[in-house]
Design a protein around this ligand. Structure first.
Ligand SMILES: CCCCCCC/C=C/C(=O)SCCNC(=O)CCNC(=O)[C@H](O)C(C)(C)COP(=O)(O)OP(=O)(O)OC[C@H]1O[C@@H](n2cnc3c(N)ncnc32)[C@H](O)[C@@H]1OP(=O)(O)O
Length: 243
């Protein structure tokens, strides 16, 4: 599955919906057993959630957007398919969450390709299920530091803390993901799927139980004047970087 939403694969509502439909199609076709998730945007895996969806819109839109973000995470996190990410670019916040929801992560060895949950740098907060997904991957202490500081880890550090499983030269990201896949596909499917569910269901259930409250919380938080201002300032900084 190659993500293509130029220029930065930001996860807009439309793009989230496309990803969701693609995933559902693959999951319902018995011929498919695995996905390699990668990017078609040079140098960028994903810039995360689309800030334009969270800025200057009305509460109904925020609620619709957040429901789609939740849905995509739940589907990826609990997918019965083997999902491996071949991370071939910088990967921030919501994009990093997507990669963390995969079963295995291969990252291209380029110092520019940092990844992490950098929400605090924007003046916003990673929701509890982003946090849980990170904790499940790197452990509590590393997650606590990474989340508070909004750290984006370059490849060597991402490997060291366990945010990714393998770092390979850039031209080998896809082939490394394919080689890894062979090992996962050699395991009896039902045993692997049930084990995945055993490991992940408690984390997903936390959100499933509080889904509506989580949407309301997001809408309340993102609608605050101070948060809207922080997002506008951040977007402006991104634009000024060019001049
Ligand atoms: C209780 C609930 C609390 C709320 C929870 C919310 C959780 C939020 C999760 C998120 O994912 S927030 C998004 C975090 N993402 C980032 O911080 C990444 C921001 N982008 C960048 O750092 C850079 O763009 C890049 C990815 C490193 C790429 O750099 P490059 O120099 O190649 O491109 P740019 O010139 O910066 O960008 C091109 C173009 O794209 C726009 N853009 C970039 N990122 C986003 C984004 N996330 N959403 C929307 N638009 C984005 C950027 O402004 C440029 O636009 P133009 O100037 O061309 O109009």
């Amino acid at each position: 599955m190659k993500m293509r939403n130029p220029p930065v694969n930001s996860l807009s509502l439309e793009f989230l919906t496309e990803l969701l439909i693609s995933l559902e199609k693959l999951e319902s076709d018995k011929a498919f057993h695995a996905i390699i998730l990668t990017s078609d945007c040079p140098g960028i895996f994903s810039a995360g959630l689309d800030l334009m969806e969270m800025c200057g819109r009305d509460p109904t839109h925020y609620a619709e957007y957040w429901k789609a973000v939740q849905e995509l995470w739940l589907r990826f996190y609990l997918s019965h398919l083997v999902v491996i990410s071949a991370i071939n670019g910088v990967n921030a916040a919501g994009g990093c969450l997507l990669a963390l929801s995969c079963d295995y992560r291969v990252l291209a060895d380029n110092p520019k390709y940092a990844m992490g949950l950098n929400e605090t740098l924007l003046g916003i907060i990673a929701p509890f299920w982003f946090k849980d997904t990170l904790v499940n991957t790197v452990g509590h202490r590393t997650a606590e530091r990474a989340l508070q500081l909004g750290l984006l880890f370059p490849p060597a550090e991402a490997l060291q803390v366990g945010m990714v499983d393998k770092v390979v030269p850039e031209d080998q990201v896809l082939s490394a993901a394919r080689s890894e896949l062979a090992q996962w596909l050699a395991i009896p499917g039902h045993a692997r799927q049930l084990t995945k569910s055993l490991m992940r269901k408690p984390t997903a259930d936390r959100l499933l139980k509080e889904r509506d409250a989580d949407i309301q919380n997001f809408v309340r938080f993102i609608s605050r004047d101070a948060i809207q201002k922080a997002l506008r300032v951040y977007l402006e900084k991104l634009k000024q970087k060019k001049t």
